[in-house]
Design a protein around this ligand. Structure first.
Ligand code: UD1
Length: 428
């Protein structure tokens, strides 16, 4: 029985929501718990299927894990093994983040090739080169990758592009290397700074996260730690875009304005106002939405690729034209098909989507990836009539309960099962 979101569109939002912890911080932080013996406590760890997969990996590695509300405990005292199961590697690409931690701690790691994903090829050559720079040997045999580095040495790791995952893996592995590692051209995303915060709370000497150079003084004995994950900036962007698409106003508690500057600028250009309030951000749509001209995604602090589908969903229903260029992933416009089913006028050529805004109408559509699915839900809130969004397993990877949060913001979003769905009406 397939689940879907039934969305009642075309009515302005009014409400308040708390932004949950960041998936992309929680995943490397959970991997980093392996670096110390004993029980680490992670607060604000979102209850997402991707985090559940990360906890499963830790369990497979012999750790004892527990969750109470948004607090997760990971006791690594009984950890054993160094192999990430194929099934978990296939379920979540970010499983690759456990490789750096395993190399640092066990001197070896084994996993299958992660393969491609809905966003494109997503190779891991930069992760592998970072491990090799620290002295690890890498072999590939029968679909498995074997990493061996019993005596990693701190060295320079120069990244040709600022890959988020490769930066995190280099930081994790460098904690287990003797001497100083300097990571040049690292990703500067806030999640990298959050990982640095957790590593420091384990007693690691790491500095420079958020700048052009990260320095790790490795080889120290680390102890378990207690840490709170930062608020999710892409979830923040989602709710900013939801208010923009549907109109009205909302308060996003826990949201950090500094993490979503380019999203706020784009929404200001489209006709929204936003600002800091006690404990978060407020956002309001002041009138009719308008196109914003050209926008290009890029590594932080440029416009985030993960927010690109969300913004395009807003602009699809605006008056006027916009051109969105995607520079990070090859296949990041698959959700456009869903927007077109809602009456959107969007032409994708190569890495650019040309959007001619027009009023959207509700439709039955399918999410093909996480942020694409959230974007269709955002568009549905701004569309006239009812929509049904299928493919919720993608959305659940990154949102604790998108339906609950959008309802708290005043939207009509309900999780239903296929049998009660009878399009053209979706039974809202
Ligand atoms: C992370 C985020 C993801 C976000 C992305 C970009 C997590 C769990 N996921 O993904 O939500 O969309 O950053 O902000 O944090 N590349 C290579 N070789 C590599 C690694 C990457 O060529 O070894 C390329 C990728 O194909 C892509 C670009 O580098 O074109 C950036 O990818 P990267 O920053 O590594 O993204 P992820 O860490 O996978």
């Amino acid at each position: 029985m397939m689940e879907y979101f039934a969305v009642a569109g075309g009515r302005p939002l009014q409400g308040r929501v708390t932004i949950h912890g960041a998936k992309n911080s929680a995943l490397p932080i959970l991997a980093a718990t392996l670096l110390a013996d004993g029980e680490s406590v992670i607060h604000n760890c979102p209850a997402l299927t991707d985090c559940a997969a990360a906890l499963e990996i830790l369990t497979c590695l012999g750790c004892r894990v527990g969750r109470e509300g948004s607090t997760v405990t990971v006791d690594t005292s009984c950890r054993r093994g160094h192999t990430i199961p194929d099934e978990l590697m296939g379920r979540m690409r970010a499983s690759v983040l456990f490789l750096g931690a395993l190399l640092a701690r066990e001197g070896m790691a084994v996993a299958c090739w992660p393969g491609g994903c809905a966003l494109g090829a997503r190779p891991i050559d930069l992760h592998i080169r970072a491990f090799q720079a620290l002295g690890a040997q890498v072999r590939s045999w029968s679909g498995q990758l074997y990493f061996e580095g019993p005596r990693l040495q701190g060295r320079e790791v120069a990244l040709p592009i600022p890959s988020v995952g490769a930066t995190e893996n280099a930081m994790l592995a460098a904690c287990g290397a003797q001497g100083v590692t300097v990571i040049r051209n690292p990703a500067r995303e806030p999640e990298i700074v959050d990982l640095q915060g957790f590593l420091r709370c384990l007693g690691a000497k790491v500095s420079g996260a958020g700048t052009e150079e990260i320095v790790v003084e490795g080889g120290r004995r680390l102890h378990p730690g207690e840490y709170a994950v930062m608020a999710d900036r892409i979830v923040t962007a989602t709710y900013l875009c939801a208010v923009a698409a549907a109109g009205g106003e909302g308060e996003l508690l826990g949201a950090q304005g500094a993490h979503v500057r380019p999203v706020l600028s784009a929404l200001a250009a489209a006709g929204c106002e936003a600002g800091e309030c006690a404990g978060g951000l407020w956002v309001r749509r002041t009138g009719e939405l308008r196109g914003i001209g050209s926008l290009t995604t890029g590594p932080y602090p440029a416009f985030p690729t993960d927010a690109q589908p969300l913004l395009t969903a807003v602009l699809a229903g605006a008056r006027g034209k916009s051109r969105i260029t995607e520079t990070i992933f090859d296949h990041r416009f698959r959700y456009v098909q869903g927007l077109c089913a809602m009456g959107g006028c969007i032409q994708v050529r190569g890495d650019t989507a040309a959007v001619t805004g027009r009023p959207l109408r509700g439709a039955r559509v399918e999410a093909t990836d996480l942020r694409g699915g959230a974007a269709l839900t955002v568009a549905a809130l701004g569309a006239q009539g009812e929509s049904a969004i299928f493919g919720l397993e993608h959305i659940d990877r990154g949102y604790e309960a998108l339906d609950r949060d959008l309802t708290a913001l005043g939207g009509g979003v309900f999780r239903r099962r296929e049998q009660t769905c009878g399009m053209p009406g979706v039974g809202i």
